[in-house]
Design a protein around this ligand. Sequence first.
Ligand code: KG4
Ligand code: ZN
Length: 335
Amino acid sequence: MIYLGIETTCDETACGIVDENQNVLANVLYSQIPEHSPYGGVVPEIAARAHLEKIPIILKESLKQAELTMEDIDVIAYTRGPGLMGPLLVGASFAKGLAYQFNKPIAGVNHLEGHIIAAEMSAPDLKPPYISLTVSGGHTELSLCLPNFEFQLLGRTRDDAAGEAFDKSGKILGLPYPAGPLMSQLAKTGNRKFHRFPRAFSGEVHGDFSYSGLKTSVLRYAQEKGPEFISENINDICASVETAIVDALVKKCLWALSEQKLNILVIAGGVSANSYLRQQLEKMGKRNNFETYFPSLDLCTDNAAMIAGVASARDQLGLLDFQNQKVNPSLNLYN
Ligand code: KG4
Ligand code: ZN
């Protein structure tokens, strides 16, 4: 069986193809950074328009990469949420048009399940139950992952997401969009103890996060110190901000693992590409006897191989929903 995935939740236009064992046959994407960087963030209308323009080209490229034609595709899957309404509608409409033209079954898939399955696709021995931390531009969420795509919420951010904390702090510090990967790059040679930014809820026994205080604190710090000081010490400041963000993530992962008496942790979503987070969790795992799984780097940030992967994995279990076609910008793992 061959599964085509279509992903258009935010600013990546992507098509991916996998087989019934979730082996990746194609993973192609167009990143809309040039379209959005003049505005310092994603503009939903521009994203929708760019998806519309790019998606046929990306599909063609993914079929070429897999050395397949549309006739070889057995199931078409698209992301039905969560994400931006306009971009989601473009992906869903394109998928529906293809399904009609080539007479193929079609199913909507949850983007967050995609991020989590990306870790299983990268480590075939990994199976639930485990704890997942989904950390992206829109989500920071701890879940208990059970077999058959069942999830229980353990904690989530009460305001900004971790990726948003990277992007917004970076923007305040004068870095171009998207600031997360660049901040992490600069932080590599910085002094992590240069300045102590706040870690919300760090002494509290629960799984929730909060990053809006950190953002305000970075803003005050930048205003107080001035642009010259910021640019002269940018690596140290990035390292200090990254450390504050990652410390909070690591603490809450430790809480969730001990609360649920599990020793397997999965990190999902764009921020799972962060090397300091990877390093810290690996260190903590050795000390506290747990194992952390990260998706391979090409499956960390938004992509469509993970969407095809969910369709494939669910279909093998008889759990792929061919009925509910509606996009839902606030879809979560628990409905
Ligand atoms: O999962 P994703 O590609 O899109 C969403 O679903 O949001 O995640 C994007 C987020 C952005 O906030 C981006 O800055 C962040 O992931 N990100 C990183 C890194 N790579 C991507 N943040 C920190 N370090 C990175 N290496
Ligand atoms: Zn995502």
